[in-house]
Design a protein around this ligand. Structure first.
Ligand SMILES: [Zn+2]
Length: 132
C-alpha cells in the first residue's frame, strides 16, 4: 500500500525522509559533540571532520546505489531531506539563528528534545578513542 501510494505520489518520500530523521533521533545514541567535545558552543575540528566525512560517505553510498536508476534524483532529494534538520539546526553560524528564531525554535526544541541523552561512557569508546 505504501509503495502504491509512493508510486503515484513520489514526492511523499521527501516529507517521509524528513520525518524519518526524527524517528531515528529517538533511538538512544551518542552525539558527536559528546565524543569530540564542544568548543565554545560550536563543533570541534574533530567533530566537524567526522560530520563532513559521514556526509560525504552517505552521499557517495546513495549516488552509487542509485547509479543509472530513473529515481536517482528523488533518492538524492530524499537523502537530503533526511539530513537537512541536522544541517540547519546544528551547523554554525545559522544553527544558532535556527534555534533562536521563533518560527523555527519550536522545531529545534523538538529535534533536540526527542534525543535520549547518552554520555560518552555509554558509547563503548575508551577515553583515548574519544580524544583522537
Ligand atoms: Zn538530528
Amino acid at each position: 500500500m505504501a509503495g502504491k501510494t509512493l508510486g503515484r505520489r513520489p514526492w511523499l518520500a521527501l516529507p517521509a525522509a524528513f520525518a524519518s530523521h526524527f524517528v531515528l533521533d529517538t533511538v538512544p545514541h551518542v552525539d558527536s559533540h559528546t565524543l569530540y567535545g564542544a568548543a565554545q558552543g560550536g563543533p570541534t575540528a574533530a567533530e566537524a571532520g567526522v560530520a563532513v566525512g559521514e556526509l560525504v560517505l552517505g552521499w557517495l553510498v546513495v549516488v552509487l546505489l542509485t547509479r543509472s536508476r530513473s529515481w536517482r534524483t528523488m533518492a538524492l532529494a530524499g537523502a537530503f531531506c533526511g539530513i537537512v534538520i541536522d544541517l540547519v539546526d546544528n551547523v554554525p553560524p545559522w544553527g544558532a539563528s535556527f534555534s533562536a528564531w521563533p518560527g523555527t525554535a519550536w522545531l529545534s526544541q523538538l529535534h533536540h528534545g526527542i534525543q535520549p541523552s547518552m554520555t560518552a561512557d555509554h558509547s563503548g569508546c575508551s577515553a583515548s578513542e574519544r580524544n583522537w
